[in-house]
Design a protein around this ligand. Structure first.
Ligand code: 5GP
Ligand code: ZN
Length: 112
């Protein structure tokens, strides 16, 4: 999609610290980390948000979680980590290319 920063990171035209890349998803470090480990996992194909998901996207969403688990292991997050997908402005979504935040490396507070 035009002018989508995460599409540009996926296609290599914008820089990022990539930690995983395969034919379906790309994972890279957040520019403004909120925890010692803060990685974003995105589908390579542009999907605006969870609201745009269709039944045929179930595989890619599942794959994002499996990759999140594998990255968490590589990042030594055996004590725990959090996966978050903000959906819509009131939830704090600022980049409208669906992504999973993987946060860990410190005690995370209750959400609200
Ligand atoms: P959201 O607020 O949409 O849930 O999360 C967007 C995340 O993307 C934020 O944590 C923000 O720091 C991160 N972000 C925004 N632009 C860039 C960028 O150009 N590169 C990287 N690596 N992260 C970005
Ligand atoms: Zn995109």
């Amino acid at each position: 999609m035009n002018n989508c920063i995460f599409c540009k990171i996926v296609d290599g035209s914008a820089p990022a610290t990539i930690v995983h890349r395969d034919e379906r998803v790309t994972a890279f470090r957040d520019l403004h980390p909120a925890a010692p480990t803060h990685i974003l996992i995105v589908p390579n194909r542009h999907i605006d948000s969870v609201n745009a998901l269709e039944e045929t996207d179930a595989d890619i969403v599942g794959h994002m979680f499996v990759i999140a688990k594998e990255i968490a292991a590589k990042e030594n997050l055996a004590d725990g980590y959090r996966l978050i997908t903000n959906t819509g402005p009131q939830a704090g979504q600022t980049v409208f290319h669906m992504h999973l935040h993987l946060l860990g490396g410190r005690q995370l507070r209750a959400m609200g």
